[in-house]
Write a protein that binds this ligand. Sequence first.
Ligand SMILES: C[S@@+](CC[C@H](N)C(=O)[O-])C[C@H]1O[C@@H](n2cnc3c(N)ncnc32)[C@H](O)[C@@H]1O
Length: 282
Amino acid sequence: MTNIKIALELGAKKLKNSSPTPMLDAEILLCLVLNKNRLDLINIENKTLTNDQHLKFMSSIIRRSNFEPIAYITKQKEFWSKNIYINKNTLIPRPETEVLVDMTLTFLKNKKRPTFLDLGAGTGCISIALASEIKHIKGVAIDNCNKTLKICKQNLIHNKLSDRVIVKKRDILNNKFTQKFDLLISNPPYLREREFINICKSIKYFEPKNTLVADKYDGLKYLHFIIKNYRNNLKKNGILALEIGNYQFKKVGFMLKNYRFRLLKSFNLINNDIRCIIATKI
Ligand SMILES: C[S@@+](CC[C@H](N)C(=O)[O-])C[C@H]1O[C@@H](n2cnc3c(N)ncnc32)[C@H](O)[C@@H]1O
């Protein structure tokens, strides 16, 4: 039997070299085992763990000490204040994607019954954020991975949005849509192969490569394809919303111009690089 406070301190110590937030991680992992929230821990820190709880806690600490992201251990991630189920087949939703959703909302405000196409939906986090924010919006979420599509459907059902977002297995790079939408939104794979090789361990060893890597060259394969080949799927005054990678803005800007889009808004992240863009057809 182990005292909770001591177990937490030991757990955090074991995470010192693998996490920038060892105590926070240890607390989250213990909460998972005890089915409590972090505030509860203060009141029970002098209580003891059963052997089974201690074993479960330590095994999750070992997973984290091997650089596994917390979200894969807890099997969930908060996105747009919603609990999104994830698993090893899905990308962990990121805060920069919340920025993309936020930017998009301003442009959809005045549309009566907007429609959207979410290209590379993953967990469905973007579709869920949009549909929970805009009452009359309807959308189609596509991905090419069966296991991901299963999680996407599960998340939509859990959030009671499956009647407004249709999930389809489609290849982004083979556009068969004839329908026009008010919004085309995508956080596609945009890394170069080499960037993935040099990326931090928690991404390289755990997040699915196919969700992140676009190509060997400049990471622009998907972004280029979408800008070039989905133009006809956008209604007049429709919005194209894209998340892009570091240092890709200049080239993406040229592509937009080339395929007759006008940039409406862009967002710089902390390092001053543009990572989210909104454009419309000229
Ligand atoms: C960067 S992840 C984005 C996931 C989610 N939208 C998000 O923002 O967290 C890219 C997604 O595109 C999907 N994907 C990759 N290649 C694809 C393709 N050729 N056709 C359809 N989906 C694809 C992956 O399975 C993955 O779910």
